[in-house]
Design a protein around this ligand. Structure first.
Ligand SMILES: [Zn+2]
Length: 286
């Protein structure tokens, strides 16, 4: 089945709705695609798997997924403008994960909804352009240089659009309203060594933290907050607010970024990540 939904990109709720396992929208288009293994079992799906299409357009991806000769399908395709084309209802098993494993599970298809985001994937630099495996080239504005989670050196990747990221988040939220989702995973995580999608250009960890572990991610954001910098050479960090308190570690060097936790009598309690007190006049606020 195939139909498309045009989304607002403001991330407003209520834009996307699932009814009877399908996205519902006035502009919905519907077509039969029969590449499924039937209904999910009891309590499933409980996982979302994120992919990129490694192709140039939504049309090329849909063409592939509709081809009976290709043993692959997915629940949805997300186009560059954030519009979503649904291929398979969310209560049917699609063929997107292939050989895969997670925790004690092998083969993730019977557990998961597959989201395919239109994206060229890894790119090769060629002159002042970047080339995809299928030959199309992209300019600097469409390219991200980053290290894949399963690799250790920087390579080039096709940039996802903001509309795609917003649509993915909104879709995941709406899926979570209807199914008890426990995991949001990248194909690269369930088939490492074999698959590299969605790759480092996609903010998977951030989205997962926000959607599945919202409280924890808030905490992490706070801990990551940097709001000051040491502006003297060798700043003592002490166990209390005053020079009578013992130092807790070696002096902080100039330029050290600190998080200010509280203020007392001209002193800041800071985290670097060790916690201690420093005289506030040697901290430049950011
Ligand atoms: Zn994939």
């Amino acid at each position: 089945m195939l139909f498309s939904v045009h989304l607002k990109t403001e991330g407003g709720t209520g834009v996307m709705k699932i009814s009877r396992h399908k996205l519902v929208k006035e502009s919905a288009r519907f077509d039969e695609v029969s590449k499924t293994s039937g209904d999910f079992g009891e309590g499933l799906p409980d996982t979302i798997v994120i992919h990129y299409t490694a192709g140039p357009t939504a049309e090329s991806a849909i063409h592939t997924f509709k081809d009976p000769a290709v043993k692959a399908s997915a629940h949805v395709v997300i186009d560059f403008d954030g519009s979503i084309i649904q291929l398979i209802p969310f209560n049917k098993i699609a063929w997107h994960a292939g050989k895969s494993s997670w925790l004690d599970r092998n083969r993730l298809n019977p557990y998961s909804i597959g989201i395919e985001i239109v994206n060229a994937g890894r790119l090769e630099k060629t002159g002042d352009r970047w080339r995809a495996w299928f030959g199309r080239t992209y300019g600097e504005e469409d390219v991200v240089k980053a290290v894949h989670r399963n690799e250790n050196r920087e390579t080039w990747w096709h940039r996802f659009t903001e509309e795609q990221i917003t649509a993915t988040v909104e879709l995941c939220k709406e899926i979570m309203n209807h199914y008890k989702i426990r995991f949001i995973l990248g194909h690269e995580e369930i088939s490492p060594g074999r698959k590299i999608d969605p790759g480092p250009a996609f903010p998977l960890d951030k989205i997962r933290d926000r959607l599945l572990y919202a409280d924890r991610s808030d905490e992490k954001e706070e801990m990551k907050a940097v709001n000051g910098r040491v502006n003297t050479a060798g700043l003592n960090i002490r166990s209390g607010p005053g020079t009578s308190h013992k130092t807790v570690m070696d002096p902080l060097s100039r330029g050290t970024e600190i998080t200010i936790l509280e203020e007392q009598k001209g002193w800041y309690r800071v985290e670097v990540p060790v916690q201690g007190w420093v005289s506030k006049r040697f901290i430049e606020k950011l």
